[in-house]
Write a protein that binds this ligand. Structure first.
Ligand code: UGB
Length: 598
């Protein structure tokens, strides 16, 4: 069939066709029509093959060969950790607010002008069941600011703070790369454009779109033909590990190097707390000269996040790497720990939980990618029809994860990690309400409800640590999840990035009741002996210096539980299980430069 169609193909397409035949893919052409029939579709087929070929390091032939090897390993049940013994690695364990933490934060802010940020946002978040892109989801409901707005405002605040500390002129514009996919690209562009890039210069933001990879029908790695279209290969996402090959092929890393960038910070799409942990973690990377620094939190045994593990091979090799939660338990059992991954006397697993926030030193990163072209160790997870492992229930594909980057590094690489307080660093929004409600008691829900409540808790605890009187939370149930409800306090990142900012802006005479809400939307706002029982909103331009004191009391904003199934409500409200009823508030606006007291 292909022979008959050769006349309509270009020389390049004929080369690709030969490669496919050499790699055992003749079935792809078995049902092709005669020349003159479906010629356009045949061109589309080769357009797709060209894309699949160019977007994979080493091309489609490598993909097929890698797949064959990994599928053979999977069939024989080869243990990817064969010969490795897991142990708990050592890293930097930080406690919010102590001297060590404060020192790292200050170093981190200084260093931020030399950073570039990379946000992986190609995932659709099927588990969350939200129909929009996750970056557009409000991170909390007092301001309604979405995750992307919060991230961009945090990066801009870091940029300004870092430049203020620089000796001499500083024109730094921290670059932001967002990795998208066909599932998220257009909506990410729309979100940025319709919001004027949330204050960032459009040239500061680059989008890199990841391509999906070919699906595989059998253990011989025969590519799967789309059931709806015989001229199309079925594809599925390859995973967030693609970010490394995309950065490499984009040429951005060299541009950054030339511009003086030293650190690349990778992060995920829905963690509203993350930027509270970034300055200290960057300070650790800088101080310890880490080539790789993974942010981690204490993790409950069997909690569905990967564990940072030291693997020591019988031949002496060692690496510090994330081991996914479903592998850590069997690995422990297979290496003399019959209980598997269990909590120790602290009530947590001794293996810190990977939150997939990586800080890489740029120069060694570039060196490594020159060797690997950004290819990351892959895995395959076929669902077999039966125990003979000869047929799949549905087509599978290779996958890769960004945190597997250290797997190819030489032993000389300085790979470390930084454990942060969970309340400060990690509250992702990943699970839909029904699944969240089924999470075992004591384990985190990772839902829109818990993600929002975690922001209020963190802000309350930070103010408390700075000396303000903040009462204990009350427990409420939303969408079947029991959560702590603290005062609903939010602030713009430029108000306070690090603990010492908070300490200069809040004095110990302040008190905020549990029913209160407060939004600080301004840079130079100082809370002095403020007593708040109600709702207070402060809006001020950067050139205004506002001192807020005295007693503010009003009916405030009420958290009202809502029914998840109430289709009259927006999806954003339903997935968190409550809405904020704005009954009464004091709103103060300072639109002019000057000094003001209230
Ligand atoms: N993502 C992409 O950009 N492209 C893709 O193809 C897939 C995802 P998930 P996951 O935080 O607790 C990770 O689906 O992969 C983006 C770690 O592997 O939310 O199940 C996507 O948009 C795990 O070790 O998470 O698990 C999102 O921003 C643990 O750290 C990000 O990748 C876990 O996250 C993560 O995708 C966690």
């Amino acid at each position: 069939n292909l022979q008959k169609n050769l006349s309509i193909l270009s020389a390049e397409q004929i080369e690709l066709a030969k490669m496919l035949l050499d790699e055992g893919q003749s079935h792809l052409f078995a049902h092709w029509s005669e020349p003159g029939v479906d010629d356009e579709e045949k061109k589309f087929f080769f357009d797709q093959i060209t894309r699949l070929n160019s977007s994979y390091p080493g091309g489609l032939a490598s993909y097929i060969r890698n797949a064959r090897n990994l599928l053979a390993d999977s069939k024989t049940g080869k243990n990817p950790f064969d010969g490795f013994n897991p142990s708990v690695p050592s890293g930097e364990v930080l406690t919010f607010g102590d001297d060590n933490f404060v020192k790292f934060e200050e170093n981190g802010v200084k260093e931020a002008k030399n950073a570039a940020f990379v946000l992986v946002a190609g995932g659709l978040g099927e588990r969350l069941g939200y129909s929009g892109i996750k970056l557009a989801l409000p991170s909390e409901s007092t301001t309604g600011a979405c995750f992307l707005q919060h991230y961009i405002e945090s990066i801009l605040a870091l940029q300004d703070a870092s430049c203020r500390l620089a000796q001499g002129p500083c024109q730094s514009q921290i670059p932001l790369v967002i990795m998208t996919s066909d599932d998220t690209h257009t909506r990410t562009v729309d979100l940025l454009e319709s919001n004027s890039y949330f204050g960032m210069k459009p040239t500061q933001v680059k989008l890199l779109k990841q391509e999906k990879v070919a699906c595989l029908d059998d253990n011989d790695a025969r590519l799967a033909v789309d059931p709806q279209n015989k001229y199309k290969i079925q594809t599925k996402p390859h995973g967030h590990g693609d970010v490394h090959s995309l950065l490499y092929s984009s040429g951005l890393l060299d541009t950054w190097h030339d511009a003086g960038v030293k650190w690349v910070l990778f992060f995920q799409d829905t963690n509203g707390l993350l930027f509270k942990a970034i300055p200290a973690a960057l300070g650790v990377s800088f101080t310890k000269e880490y080539h790789v620094n993974s942010l981690a939190v204490r993790r409950k045994a069997k909690e569905a996040i990967g564990g940072i593990t030291k693997l020591t091979h019988t031949d002496g090799r060692t690496m510090v790497i994330n081991v996914e939660y479903n592998q850590l338990d069997p690995l422990r059992r297979a290496t003399g720990h019959p209980d598997g991954d269990v909590n120790d006397e602290t009530g947590f697993s001794p293996f810190p939980g990977n939150i997939n926030q990586l800080i890489l030193a740029l120069d060694p990163y570039i060196e490594e990618l020159k060797k690997t072209r950004g290819a990351i160790k892959e895995f395959v997870n076929p669902k077999y029809k039966d125990s003979t492992k000869t047929a799949f229930k549905s087509a599978t594909r290779l996958e890769c994860m960004m945190q597997d980057y250290p797997k190819t590094l030489p032993p000389s690489a300085r790979v470390g990690f930084t454990v942060m307080d969970t309340w400060l660093a990690y509250a992702p929004v990943k699970n839909n309400p029904e699944d969240a409600a089924k999470v075992p008691k004591g384990n985190p829900y990772h839902s829109a409800t818990s993600g929002e409540m975690a922001i209020y808790r963190a802000n309350s605890l930070i103010l408390r640590k700075a000396g303000a009187q903040i009462p204990d939370p009350v427990v409420q149930v939303f969408n079947g999840q029991e959560v702590e409800v603290w005062p609903r306090i939010t602030w713009k990142p430029k108000w306070a990035l690090i603990f010492s900012d908070v300490k200069t802006k809040v004095n110990s005479g302040c008190s905020i009741s549990q029913q209160s809400s407060m939004i600080i939307n301004g840079q130079n706002v100082f809370l002095q002996d403020l007593s708040l029982d109600g709702a207070l909103v402060i809006n001020s331009v950067d050139e205004a210096e506002v001192k807020v004191s005295g007693c503010v009391q009003n009916k405030g904003w009420i958290l009202e539980p809502v029914d998840y199934n109430d289709s009259s409500l927006s999806e954003e409200v339903r997935i968190r299980g409550f809405k904020i009823e704005k009954v009464d508030q004091l709103e103060m606006n300072y639109a002019e430069p000057g000094k003001f007291s209230f």
